[in-house]
Design a protein around this ligand. Structure first.
Ligand SMILES: NC(=O)C1=CN([C@@H]2O[C@H](COP(=O)(O)OP(=O)(O)OC[C@H]3O[C@@H](n4cnc5c(N)ncnc54)[C@H](O)[C@@H]3O)[C@@H](O)[C@H]2O)C=CC1
Ligand SMILES: O=C(O)[C@@H]1CCC=N1
Length: 256
């Protein structure tokens, strides 16, 4: 996800490559990032802290605490700390960095890579209005960005953070359905991706509720309502809701 943000921010021309440095312990990843994006790389927390005014934490939640311990001696109130880690609370980060740290949590998603991300953020009391505007500018450059209360970030993670995973699973299933109906897979893939893209654009650009837009597809006694009946009988809606609640709970568990 960190790389998606790098690519998105460079593509949005929000920052130039020389303004970005990545702390990455894996030397092969270091070489890849430098050659791919022309950005600075280091394995040294001190070098990163000296270079950056905004530090984006994009390591897995399971290792956030030990990683913060590596940085605590190098970070101070001059740094804006932005974490994209699922579940890791501001309080947990303040527990390592101290309660004078300026911390903002953001939950983005991978479409940020093509400037179509969905992010939500929440800051601690030390994060100034300017800090919040900085974070909003960073993540608005790669999609939409909304502010929520921190206790809703688990729901954001379960919904839009993980959401591309649900959508890609549905896309896979639709493509397989097209193949089952006799279409060559490449043709089915092309049609499915455009259908999902077009449907999302139709909803975004008309602002009409999904139920209304669905109504315009479901001809009486037609094919669509026949297919939807199967989805409803299989409990599609309830299953999707349960999946999002389960992912939300996983986010809570990662933070506990
Ligand atoms: N993958 C996604 O769609 C999203 C992920 N996130 C969050 O982003 C974070 C990263 O997730 P992924 O990108 O999926 O994991 P990842 O494993 O692809 O990336 C984590 C990166 O951290 C690096 N790393 C490990 N130890 C390090 C250290 N000591 N110092 C610096 N870098 C270190 C790894 O080399 C790796 O490149 C997680 O906290 C996740 O919750 C948030 C939103 C969406
Ligand atoms: O699956 C995960 O834990 C990460 C956080 C949201 C999307 N991917």
């Amino acid at each position: 996800m960190g790389e998606a943000l790098i690519r998105g921010m460079l593509k949005a021309e929000l920052v130039t490559a020389e303004k970005i440095m990545v702390a990455e312990p894996d030397s092969s990843r270091q070489q890849y990032l430098t050659s791919q994006y022309g950005i600075g790389v280091t394995a040294l927390p001190g070098e990163l802290a000296s270079f950056a005014q905004v530090v984006i934490l994009a390591v897995k939640p399971q290792i956030m605490e030990p990683v913060l311990q590596q940085y605590v001696a190098h970070l101070d109130e001059s740094h804006l700390i932005i974490s994209i880690a699922a579940g890791v609370t501001i309080a947990a980060m303040e527990g390592v960095l101290g309660d004078s740290a300026r911390i903002i949590r953001v939950m983005p998603n991978t479409p940020a890579l093509v400037l179509a991300g969905a992010s939500a953020l929440s800051g601690n009391r030390r994060a100034s209005e300017e800090d919040m505007e900085t974070a909003k500018a960073l993540f608005s450059a790669v999609g939409i960005c909304v502010e929520v209360a921190e206790n809703l970030l688990d729901a954001v993670t379960g919904l839009s953070g993980s959401g591309p995973g649900y959508v890609f699973t549905f896309i896979e299933a639709m493509v397989d359905g097209g193949v089952l109906a006799g279409l060559p897979r490449p043709v089915a893939e092309q049609l499915v991706l455009q259908t999902v893209y077009g449907s999302a654009r139709l909803a975004l650009e008309t602002g009409e509720p999904a139920a209304v837009l669905k109504g315009r597809v479901t001809s009486p006694g037609g094919t669509t309502i026949t297919g939807i009946q199967v989805l409803e009988e299989a409990g599609l809606r309830g299953t999707v809701m349960t999946a999002i609640e389960a992912a939300t709970q996983r986010s809570r568990d990662l933070g506990s």
